[in-house]
Design a protein around this ligand. Sequence first.
Ligand SMILES: N[C@@H](CCC[C@H](N)C(=O)O)C(=O)O
Length: 274
Amino acid sequence: MMIPFSKMHGLGNDFVVVDERVERHGLTPARIAALADRHRGIGCDQFVVLRPACRDGADVFVRFFNADGSESGACGNASRCVADLLWRGDGRRESVLQTRAGLLPARVGETGLVTVDMGAPALEWRDVPLAEPVDTLHLPLAGDPAAASMGNPHATFFLDDSLDLDPLVAGPLLEHDPLFPERANIGFAQIISREAMRLRVWERGSGLTLACGSGACAAVVNAVRRGLVERTCRVEMDGGALSITWREADGHVLMTGPATSSFVGTFDPEAYPS
Ligand SMILES: N[C@@H](CCC[C@H](N)C(=O)O)C(=O)O
């Protein structure tokens, strides 16, 4: 039986979205990794599976998998894409996504940009998680990164004239640093002004992507904690820009940006390992 999928992206961070709200399709981690392969599969940074919601007030339960088949609690760009998909399905601009990181309210605005309330960051070492009790604002690593969880682990380096790291070299090493027992997404930020930064993210389980929504949220949170930017900041990535606001009233992080449908298709699960 052929399985339908939607191919979507948020600023070039691309996804295969499969709907399992009616029936399951046998999507094991090995099969997901094979489907995510850009040469032998469909190709994507993340694989997104929709399931029936099981929490009051939620419209859909969303699971996010990296290209290596590992699961993540959060994916900001894919969350915008799912909200956009739901809107195109039933015309409701507002939805609530149930994720492993909690309930995320989302809204498709009149301009088509999507805002997702990504919740409050977790800033305690245990919650990132880190391997030992350290100050998450100054991790004991060369380059002095800061850590935060947005439902998934992030470390942000702030690059300047005295610190210049190549994400393709430093990213894979740092993703697997023993300080991060569940690995980590590694952000490389350059502050442009009090309202703007440039960011590249080496993503856990997927590598360097064109944009990372949760990474942008974590970078702004960490930059605000360091006193480097205002609570609303534009984050410019290789694939485009997001607007991030770390709201003072409740500590939630709001992420606004585009969500784009590329094409739809079908695949034969039997053609991939189980
Ligand atoms: N692309 C994402 C983050 C995807 C998950 C991440 N690689 C992880 O393992 O935590 C985003 O837009 O947030």
